[in-house]
Write a protein that binds this ligand. Structure first.
Ligand code: 1GP
Length: 252
């Protein structure tokens, strides 16, 4: 079964997932080793690996390390085409649809085709939407795009639906790593009740309570990065909080 099909099947059953984001620039072997063991114990659903300014060799080190863990699928969350690798299981094939930077809407995707044509990576078309998280995020700076204001729910919904109508299979709401304000539950609720594709939410989620609130509002996958760099042991409580949740508000 493909990873996308498992994500869709979990959504159909209203099962929530935790994705642990590993930024190869902010980790080392010791941290990775303890995070991997804790994540397996906590039944983490996915590893997302990538970052705004990561290079191939940093990426390769982390992916080689994670290759030993067959239990948790490894998904590339690319900041650039140099982060593509056959050592992962799947790729979030991002198009930054909240921005108007053609390079990130279609340019990088075209550049990635020679690699993808000869690769076994599963490609998952994903509409990537930046939401203002209360600080200027690295991704907003690097992508040279303006995030959608935190409370602009209608515009975010229109953007997400446009992505879905274009055929994107996942929608990813991103408040930016280390965001002061995570994506609001009101925004998640509105989007999840209108979208038929799974919804991924990340940026600034630091506590099990917040993760649970996002899942209850209708997020299908909650992404947590920063806080686990500081305290990997939090992964267990995050996982319990997310896995015991079913959306309260989602239409399905
Ligand atoms: C993934 O950028 C986020 O969507 C991760 O954010 O590092 O704040 O958890 P944090």
């Amino acid at each position: 079964m493909s990873i996308l099909s498992t994500i869709q099947a979990k959504k159909a059953k209203r099962k929530k997932s935790l994705a642990v984001l590993i930024d190869p620039e902010s980790t080392d072997e010791r941290h990775l080793d303890s995070l991997l063991r804790l994540a397996i114990d906590a039944h983490v659903d996915y590893f997302f690996v990538g970052g705004s300014t990561v290079n191939y060799s940093e990426m390769d080190k982390v992916l080689s390390f994670l290759e030993v863990s067959e239990d948790i699928p490894v998904v590339i969350f690319p900041g650039n085409t140099n982060q593509l690798s056959n050592k992962a299981d799947a790729l979030l094939y991002l198009s930054l649809i909240s921005g108007r930077n053609p390079e990130l809407l279609i340019g990088k995707q075209v550049e990635s085709v020679p690699f993808l044509r000869s690769s076994s990576l599963e490609v998952m078309p994903t509409g990537y939407i930046l939401i203002d998280g209360g600080t200027k995020s690295t991704v907003a700076y690097i992508s040279n795009t303006t995030p959608i204001p935190h409370d602009e729910i209608d515009l975010t919904l229109a953007t997400a639906l446009a992505g879905q109508y274009l055929g994107m299979q996942l929608i990813y709401l991103e408040a930016g790593s280390g965001a002061k304000l995570p994506v609001s539950t009101a925004m998640i609720q509105t989007l999840s009740s209108e979208l038929t594709v799974p919804l991924i939410v990340g940026g600034g989620i630091r506590t099990p309570e917040r993760a649970k609130a996002s899942a209850e509002a209708g997020a299908d996958i909650i992404v947590v990065g920063n806080i686990l760099e500081k305290d990997p042991s939090l992964v267990m409580d995050l996982s319990i909080a997310i896995h015991e949740t079913k959306s309260i508000h989602s239409a399905q």
